[in-house]
Write a protein that binds this ligand. Structure first.
Ligand code: CAO
Length: 440
């Protein structure tokens, strides 16, 4: 056997430097210069490289041990010594005329010289992390690995001690980038990532008294969903006015007639009915885009489940009315009322919030003249509804007082072009102006 010791080579002025990572194990085959162990001082992170190519015998240090120049960190068998075809190692000192050996000799003297003589590979060092955490903290070998893969270390979340980026972190980052939808842009720099500034950290107490209130579960979930949807969907909002003068008169009349029965037709129920009809006419609005498949595609749905935003003390939730297209306005109004009550009581089941094809967000009961709602992924559009107001409308010969309902449709431009969105919105407005058209 020609086992050699692996020693800590010249590491400059450093002594008693902690081992922060052991990168190899017994039996690993390594190239010359391959990083074996990482040390970290106050000022730098250093890799101790393999003195020659070969097979690791054992590593005798563990994370937390402290080492200085000359300390043995393990043993290895040089490749030439373990190969039949390789020339026999000749101690340089005994054969001055021979060419320099490809591997060190197996004599103790030669072994001792390995780390500090001609075959001594350079110790690679990286600056220690800066305290604000912005400069990525990684050993030289991890920097080299990241460079090889084209990974910008500043984007890799670190899981190692002292916030250090490990090989697993880089692998996870690359895996995530490969699995991300093409539309989200790469994470390789070059202007395709978001390159956002860190969120401002402010000590608000410097400016006045504050109270810290934990976020509700709903708010935490919706914050994550809304952020993703806002960032990932190239959305455009289109505005339209619907003349609901006749519809509102009809609704009031029916509600008055049925006052004793307890049935109340709501504006939202009529809007759901109109939207279902428009989704039949414009099927791309009842779809989801699948960019993750090998063959990206549009999934067109044959069913019509409608979500509606409900304001609750815990935050916004979106209950879903199943097969809304097959239901009458009275039933739609009743289901909306029941689901909204359940939402406010925090009693909605997960199933009651899943499977929507399209969402309606109505703030009309509260006010508003228009707003840009955020699409509820993986849907491709959402209709915002604001408060009806009586407005003077020119009929060709004079101004007439008409009740106007503002509609704000946000649509995913990857699926819906501006012309289609405007047609859809105008169609919903036409249906609301005369609900008999829903029958056609
Ligand atoms: N314009 C004027 N008034 C309206 C209106 C409109 N567009 N829509 C409803 N109203 C009035 C109704 O006439 C009713 O008044 P009356 O009781 O005097 O008849 C009152 O507002 C309540 O209406 P409603 O009982 O029909 O309830 P709704 O359909 O307006 O609301 C729900 C139900 C669940 C949508 C609502 O409670 C809610 O949570 N809205 C907020 C949704 C939200 O937060 N969206 C924003 C999400 S961010 O995108």
């Amino acid at each position: 056997m020609s086992t050699i010791n692996i020693e800590v080579p010249d590491i400059g002025d450093f002594a008693d430097v902690p081992v922060i990572e052991v990168l190899v194990k017994s039996g690993d085959r390594v190239e010359a210069d391959a990083p074996l162990v990482t040390l970290e001082s106050d000022k730098a992170t250093m890799d101790i490289p393999a003195p020659v190519a070969g097979v690791i015998g054992q590593i005798t240090v563990k994370v937390g041990d402290r080492v200085s120049q000359g300390a043995t960190i393990g043993t290895m068998e040089p490749a030439a010594a373990s190969s039949e075809a390789a020339p026999a190692a000749v101690p340089a000192a005994t054969n001055a005329a021979a060419p320099a050996p490809a591997a060190p000799a197996a004599t103790p003297a030669a072994v001792a010289a390995v780390a500090a003589t001609a075959v001594e590979p350079p110790v690679r060092a990286a600056a220690a992390p800066v305290q604000d955490g912005r400069r990525p903290h990684a050993s030289p070998s991890m920097r080299a690995y990241a460079r090889e893969l084209g990974v910008d270390l500043a984007r890799v979340p670190a899981s190692g001690p002292k916030n250090r980026i490990t090989r697993e972190d880089i692998n996870a980052f690359v895996k995530g980038a490969l699995q991300a939808p093409a539309s989200s842009g790469g994470a390789s720099g070059g202007g395709t990532g978001l390159d956002l500034l860190p969120w401002p950290k402010v000590d608000f107490t410097k400016f006045g008294a504050v109270e810290r209130k934990p976020l509700s579960r709903i708010r935490k979930l919706s914050a994550a969903n809304l952020s993703r949807n806002w960032v990932m969907i190239p959305a455009v909002t289109y505005h339209e006015d619907a003349d609901v003068t006749d519809l509102e008169a009809f609704r009031q009349q029916i509600n008055a007639e049925q006052a004793k029965s307890g049935v109340k037709l709501t504006m939202l129920a009529f809007i759901i009915k109109a939207v279902c009809s428009a989704l039949k006419k414009f099927p791309e609005f009842n779809s989801s885009i699948d960019l993750q498949a090998d063959e990206p595609a549009l999934i067109l749905k044959q069913y019509c489940h409608i979500g509606f935003a409900a304001d609750t003390p815990g935050g916004l939730v979106v209950p879903v009315i199943r097969d809304a297209d097959g239901k009458g306005v009275a039933q739609l109004a009743a289901e909306c009322g029941e689901l909204a009550a359940k939402a406010r009581d925090g009693k909605l089941s997960a199933a009651e919030m899943q499977g929507a094809c399209f969402t309606i967000s109505s703030v009309g009961g509260l006010g508003g003249t228009g707003f840009a709602p955020i699409i509820n992924a993986p849907e491709v559009a959402i209709l915002g509804v604001s408060r009806t107001t009586m407005k003077p409308v020119w009929d060709g010969s004079g101004f007439q007082p008409r009740l106007i309902l503002p509609l704000s449709l946000t649509a995913d431009h990857r699926v819906v072009d501006g012309a289609s969105a405007t047609r859809f919105n105008a169609h919903v407005a036409t249906l609301l102006a005369d609900m008999r058209r829903v029958l056609m």
